[in-house]
Design a protein around this ligand. Structure first.
Ligand SMILES: Cc1cc2nc3c(=O)[nH]c(=O)nc-3n(C[C@H](O)[C@H](O)[C@H](O)COP(=O)(O)OP(=O)(O)OC[C@H]3O[C@@H](n4cnc5c(N)ncnc54)[C@H](O)[C@@H]3O)c2cc1C
Length: 336
């Protein structure tokens, strides 16, 4: 039903949004997989990323409770419906770049993205075909499914092919980019200070929009702080930070970052004289980096292992590594 009752926060929303797409008393059942649920007081179709961000900002400014709706594949709505504004994400633009990356708005439906990718001869996302989701929902959920038959030996997460996302206000992203730049420029103390601010932002429940972004971001914050501490030769706090990063990175399925983290941790533990633990971490780093990259990390972790030497009682490594010094890991990976 078009908007008739224009009072208070509703009037404010009507001023800020395209009134033709702002509707009242809209049944939500047709918008969910289970086809159940009562009406939303207000319902808005956001048709671009800017429109979506604007709708969220308008709801926040007017104090109106809001809910972002993707394909409705992971929600149940009660019979009484939703008191506030439901913003349906119909932002569906996508761009395919020459370098093999695809950029898209978060309302793109995974099935359409996969179909278009396959039509262009691209692979990487097809594993998730058949799971109902928008791209935003996939990031929220860290979409996952068992690896292909017959082995099905692990769960594959969309984080493995996902590079970055912009959150709606972009603030945490801007901070992480700044910190990454500082670390790359060798300004590790300043980078650590920025990462600590990002850590504080993440502690605010309304900031990170999804468990995936929360874990990935928090994991990278600890990882990057750890790597900067390593570059500052502060071995014990570096090891502590990298230890904190590890479970978060594992949970999010970001394997390259896990490999870097284990490499950094192995390096710190080596300097602390905890060689058995260091050996374990460096071996994990080699194993993961051999599967998913980055290739240079394999060499560096092998050099680290060679620096420690074989375990007591073993004359030589099964995997000859070439001599080399342990070098600090990369200054920073950015979160995005
Ligand atoms: C038959 C069936 C099979 C399924 N199989 C799998 C499976 O194999 N693997 C799997 O991982 N999941 C599976 N799911 C769950 C579901 O597909 C995923 O959770 C999916 O990612 C939900 O996406 P959506 O767009 O429908 O999100 P919705 O259900 O609409 O929303 C889910 C949550 O994400 C939030 N959200 C959505 N978009 C955004 C955004 N742009 N910004 C911020 N928040 C957002 C919503 O506010 C809400 O909290 C299955 C579901 C069904 C019904």
């Amino acid at each position: 039903m078009p908007l008739t009752n224009m009072a208070g926060p509703t009037m404010e929303l009507g001023d800020r949004l395209d009134a033709a797409r702002l509707k009242q008393n809209v049944p939500l059942a047709p918008y969910t997989t289970f086809r159940i649920g009562g009406p939303a007081d207000l319902f808005y179709d956001a048709i671009s990323a800017d429109d979506l961000a604007n709708a969220v900002a308008a709801a926040r400014r007017s104090g109106m409770p809001y809910f972002i709706l993707g394909l409705g594949a992971n929600i149940l709505i009660g019979d009484r419906g939703f008191r506030g504004l439901v913003i349906r994400n119909a932002a569906r633009h996508m761009r395919f770049a020459e370098d093999g990356r695809v950029w898209c708005e978060s309302g793109v439906i995974m099935r359409d993205l996969i179909a278009e990718s396959v039509r262009r001869g691209w692979s990487g996302l097809e594993h998730y075909v058949g799971i109902p989701s928008t791209v935003g929902g996939a990031v929220w959920q860290n979409l996952h499914f068992l690896s292909p038959a017959p082995d099905r030996e692990r769960t594959m997460f969309i984080a493995e092919v996902f590079e970055s996302a912009e959150d709606w206000d972009g603030y945490s992203q801007a901070l992480s980019l700044l910190a990454g730049g500082l670390a790359q420029a060798g300004q590790h103390r300043e980078a650590i200070a920025q990462y600590r601010r990002l850590e504080a932002l993440l502690a605010e429940p309304t900031r990170a929009p999804s468990p995936l972004l929360r874990h990935v971001t928090a994991g990278h914050v600890h990882l990057n702080i750890g790597m900067s501490l390593l570059a500052l030769r502060r071995w014990a706090p570096a090891a502590a930070s990298l230890r904190a990063a590890l479970p978060l990175l594992q949970r999010s399925g970001v394997r390259q970052s896990e490999a870097r983290c284990r490499y950094g941790l192995g390096s710190a533990l080596t300097r602390l004289g905890r060689v058995d633990e260091a050996r374990t971490e460096l071996r994990h780093a080699v194993r993961i980096a051999r599967r998913v990259g980055p290739a240079d990390l394999v060499d560096r972790a092998l050099a680290g292992l060679a620096g420690i030497g074989p375990p007591a009682g073993r004359a030589r490594w099964a995997d000859p590594a070439g001599a080399g010094q342990i070098v600090p890991g990369p200054g920073a990976d950015t979160v995005t």
